[in-house]
Design a protein around this ligand. Sequence first.
Ligand code: GAL
Length: 448
Amino acid sequence: MISRSDFGADFKWGVSTAAFQIEGAHGIDDKVPSIWDEFTHRKGKIHKGHHARMACDFYNLYPQDLDAVRNLSIPNFRFSLSWTRIINRDHSVNEKGIAFYNRILDGCLARGLEPWVTIYHWDIPHFLEEKGGWTNRDIVSWFGEYVEVCAKYFGDRVKHWMVMNEPMVFTGAGYYLGIHAPGRKGLSSFIPAMHHATLCQAEGGRRLKFLLPQAEVGTTFSCSHVEPLNNSPAHQRAAVKIDALLNRLYLEPSLGMGYPVKDISLLSRVEKYMKAGDEQMMAFDFDFIGVQNYTREIAKRSWMIPILFATLVGAHKRKVETTLMNWEVYPASIYHMLKKYGAYEKVRKIYVTENGAAFEDSLLNGRVEDKRRVKYLHDYIAQVHRAKQEGVPVEGYFVWTLQDNFEWAEGYRPRFGLIYTDFETQERVVKDSGYWYRDFLEEKIVIS
Ligand code: GAL
């Protein structure tokens, strides 16, 4: 039996969101377009042509959404700032955007909620993408200036910062595969984007810490426990490469270990973009790392994939239980990732800053009986506890996400929320999983 108190009184329980996925209010109060505003207008990029012009209308409905967080007894609320509301095309500050985030922050504090802020959750201004976006090294100063504005205006109230959300996903899906904004493809886009994101990750940390020495400064990483298809050495080598790519690529440079070039030789192409001193610039001593885990991956050797010679075996081919994203439900993945990251000497503290699942939810007579999500959260939280008991310095857990929202290229199809969103009426209905999480947090139920 595990109850909330078994994690300790200081353990941070929360829920995570991201600006573009919930805010809507496209173009309102002089917001400039982001790469995602642009991408969602392109034909064939998003499931059924969905867009996020309205999303959950959090821009207007935030009072009721923050009320819901409080009513579910969730003490910590993670959200991201939209660069495009805060910085104008001429690089001046948009006071209306600042005012919006002031309302959110004050709204959190008035309700006794602790705000956790992500500086960059994938929505770079389109006017910067026109200059090359993440592939242009100038982004180190563009990003640095944006970070300083955030620190200056919000640092009096924000005590927990995350510089970035999942750099592997926004560079991999956005600059290599082309399935996320800005839809660019190939190594010639990916490698410079990767290097500049790595520099910005550390530079953002440095600037925040310099301006706000008392604040807790971290950054987040996507990760999946990787296993080989079987014990053959070829598949094992493939698993090492995939693991390096998915789980080590952005963490290790921040720890001063450089890129994992030994395991992925194609990364040596980054030399073309490296300048003297970059190895040091890529490193920053974060107070914590955010671990974001949903599933596990199985890797195999493949002749079909040039350069890497490794690929993933999709969950549907393995006949395992999956979520609506076709991700395997595999609770021990989070345990393995926490153990792996906890074993790095320089990782001081870990928060699980995202974990959750999309399932087929239906609203029937005012209720959403999402049994599978309850079980998913239950089983993953139990694995977090297992890692903690074994000495991993994991100090928090945040569910992805508060309410069903705009799930990037998948549009509104996958529903991840603890709260059901009716996207026609903007009505919200707390799902059974939301009540389950509340009851767990209120120590009315335990994990068995
Ligand atoms: C993460 C991402 C979130 C959310 C979630 C579910 O990768 O940070 O924005 O979309 O996945 O897919």
